[in-house]
Design a protein around this ligand. Structure first.
Ligand SMILES: Nc1ncnc2c1ncn2[C@@H]1O[C@H](COP(=O)(O)OP(=O)(O)OP(=O)(O)O)[C@@H](O)[C@H]1O
Length: 314
């Protein structure tokens, strides 16, 4: 069962298409990573899926409700953390949350209970009566996350939840995201922090106006890079790049200081040939080790491949 399904979802601002024919499915209970460079259309997609702006064309079903037909129900069943959450600086953390809980139609006792629950869960209870204007960026971000959860949504859109947080605050937020998943909720996460996406996400979509690729992090690595080997040599690796690239089984090769990172089909068969070719070319080999590409490698490759031409909506 999918929490979110889209089909050819498209949004243009004037002539400019910023999301084009996006088709994807986010399974219920998964952390779904939505990655893409600045201006890729991620926030626009989130705003469409949270029924805040209408698509230009295409369709989506969110939490079982059809976008454009049941938008009120979608808004009730999703929680949204935006890049700039509006909190009231002069109100305390508790007053802020109670105010927003009432907007979600929670009655007074439940608004109080939910406020306490999330302030405690996010480690803000000690400061619950302090004005939000006195909070650090990390505390404000946690409060904004609490605000998105007060009505217990099954689907939570988190737009860059750890941006600008110190490592400890970012870790608290990541642990919290794992707790939400353990409760069976679906998290739609946009982030520029690729190790974070790798740690948290069950599925990752790489997106730049159009969907470039979708898959589990490990599957994306394998699909794009196949097997890899890292060879450390004495001296600069760059001068041996031609010898490596000339080998027919090499998919990609990059020099990184004294290391050559090489993607190839079959390490058992090809490593000995690669090593011999390097020795013949005069390389002094220090180490040969298996190489696991990072999600950053995968992401950069996909985003470069997906470099857009200027587009307009027809
Ligand atoms: N209301 C709007 N009117 C006109 N253009 C808009 C509007 N909202 C977004 N855009 C444009 O749509 C494009 C995608 O913006 P969006 O904020 O969705 O990207 P993003 O992937 O979230 O970027 P970032 O990672 O920088 O937050 C940008 O070129 C932006 O200028």
């Amino acid at each position: 069962m999918n929490a979110i399904e889209t089909c050819d979802l498209t949004r243009a601002f004037g002539e400019r298409v910023v999301v084009e024919r996006l088709t994807l499915a986010a399974p219920r209970g998964a952390v779904f990573g939505f990655l893409g460079p600045n201006g890729a259309g991620k926030t626009t997609t989130v705003r469409m899926l949270a029924a805040l702006i209408a698509p230009t064309s295409g369709s989506a079903v969110v939490a079982g409700y059809r976008l454009g037909e049941d938008d009120q129900m979608i808004r009730r069943h999703v929680g949204l953390l935006t890049e700039s959450p509006g909190l009231y600086d002069r109100l305390s953390a508790r007053q802020n949350l109670i105010f927003f809980a009432r907007l979600y139609d929670l009655d007074t006792p439940r608004a109080g209970m939910q406020t306490e629950r999330y302030l405690r869960m996010l480690g803000l209870w000690e400061r619950c009566d302090d004005p939000v204007g006195s909070f650090s960026k990390g505390m404000r971000q946690k409060l904004a996350i609490a605000r998105a959860l007060l009505h217990e949504p099954q689907i939570i859109f988190l737009d860059e939840p750890t941006a600008g947080l110190d490592p400890e605050a970012a870790r608290t937020v990541r642990e919290f995201i794992k707790e939400l998943r353990a409760e069976g909720r679906t998290i739609f996460l946009t982030t520029h922090n690729l190790p974070e996406a790798d740690e948290l996400c069950d599925l990752i979509a790489v997106f730049r106006i159009r969907l470039l690729r979708i898959g589990a992090p490990a599957a994306l690595r394998a699909e794009l890079f196949g097997a890899g080997v890292r060879i450390r040599i004495a001296g600069a690796a760059e001068s041996f790049m031609d010898a490596v690239r000339a080998l027919p089984f090499v998919h990609a090769a990059a020099a990184d200081g004294d290391a050559l990172n090489v993607s190839l089909d079959n390490p058992d068969e090809h490593n000995p040939i690669l090593v011999r070719a390097l020795i013949d070319a005069g390389a002094a080999i220090r180490y040969v080790e298996p190489r696991e590409p990072t999600l950053e490698d995968v992401y950069l490759q996909l985003v470069r491949e997906g470099e857009p031409q200027e587009q307009t909506y027809a």
